[in-house]
Ligand binder design. Structure first.
Ligand SMILES: Nc1nc2c(ncn2[C@@H]2O[C@H](COP(=O)(O)OP(=O)(O)O)[C@@H](O)[C@H]2O)c(=O)[nH]1
Ligand SMILES: [Mg+2]
Length: 306
């Protein structure tokens, strides 16, 4: 039984938007009971709109983590920007994340005009303050305050959980009253297959350097459950033979390391033994290939849930 002094339940959606690498995925993971989004130091790590669900006694908050907004150069990138735009249009609150350690530039100016058309309440989160001197923060805050676009400006460190409780308390205040739409046990709407492919892709990003910035994708080719063992067949897509070479490494060393890291992560994540059969497949210019992009996109959402 709820006491009458309690606040009414609130529920709604929050979009995290911003330039690549601002820390959007790190922040969403921070608010969820379990890691959902993959994170890397490389730009364009997040490729789709990811849905994360937080259920607590205050209500239900649904996060949209989005791809960073950048100048699109491939069909894939145009789809990424579209995913960010849809999240922006549908959210009850927009959080613009900015890397406070980077100087304000053209990309930031563009973000302001991109979100500026929307009537939705906006909150600015100046992230990565663990890396910035306090004195340098004040002019940044003033710069954003002058735009008149934001209801709130909050300096945070998503990584160190500094200021993040304040963000959450603030966000609840902007959500409409009403019960949540999702089962409170649900963390997300994405199928396990997609989440597994993402976790493998995270290991690919972590184990490759600048020679392979964003040209990879991971496709789950097969999935069999044999008692407490799950056998997963997965392919890493490369755009060229040269990229395949990089992914495989001398004597297959790199793909072995990726596979080992992914397997141990997946065993913890799926709570069972995993046999991971990982291959590299060359698909020329897959970022322009409608068939492959459709195939990748199909795995992202379960039918009927979005
Ligand atoms: N120092 C610092 N690094 C952060 C912070 N938040 C995120 N990062 C790092 O910034 C990089 C990009 O983070 P990510 O969440 O993938 O950014 P996204 O592209 O906006 O989703 C990763 O290496 C993160 O560990 C922060 O508050 N402080
Ligand atoms: Mg991200």
């Amino acid at each position: 039984m709820k006491e009458s002094s309690e606040q009414p339940l609130r529920s709604g959606t929050v979009a995290f938007v911003g330039r690549p690498n601002a820390g959007k995925s790190t922040l969403m993971n921070r608010f969820l009971p379990e890691k959902l989004a993959i994170v890397s130091a490389k730009p364009q790590t997040t490729r789709n709109r990811l849905v994360g669900i937080l259920s607590e006694d205050r209500g239900q908050m649904v996060f949209y983590d989005t791809p960073g907004v950048h100048k699109p150069q491939h069909r894939m990138n145009r789809a990424m920007i579209k995913a960010a735009q849809e999240a922006l249009n549908e959210a009850d609150v927009i959080c613009l994340l900015v890397d406070a350690g980077q100087p304000f530039g053209g990309g930031d100016e563009f973000m302001l005009s991109w979100i500026g058309d929307s009537e939705t309440p906006k909150i600015l989160l100046l992230n990565k303050i663990d890396r910035v001197e306090k004195a340098k923060l004040l002019p940044r805050i003033a710069r954003y305050a002058d735009t008149g676009l934001f209801e709130e400006i909050i300096p945070i460190s998503a990584l160190k959980a500094d200021g993040t409780d304040i963000v959450l308390d603030t966000l609840w205040r902007y959500l409409p009253e009403g019960p949540g739409a999702y089962d409170p046990e649900l963390l997300t709407v994405h199928p396990e297959r997609f989440l597994v492919s993402e976790r493998i892709r995270e290991k690919v990003l972590a184990q490759t350097g600048d020679e392979l910035p964003f040209a990879t994708a991971v496709v789950i080719e097969g999935w069999e459950e044999k008692g407490d063992l799950v056998v997963i067949h997965a392919s890493i897509l490369a755009e060229r033979d040269g990229q395949k070479k990089i992914l495989v490494g001398t004597g297959g060393q790199r793909i072995k390391a990726i596979g080992a890291a992914a397997r141990s992560d997946l065993e913890a994540y799926l709570s069972c033994r995993v046999y991971l059969d990982l291959k590299v497949r060359v698909e020329r210019n897959w970022r322009e290939n409608r068939r492959i992009l459709t195939e990748l996109e199909r795995d992202v959402y379960s039918a009927g849930l979005t």
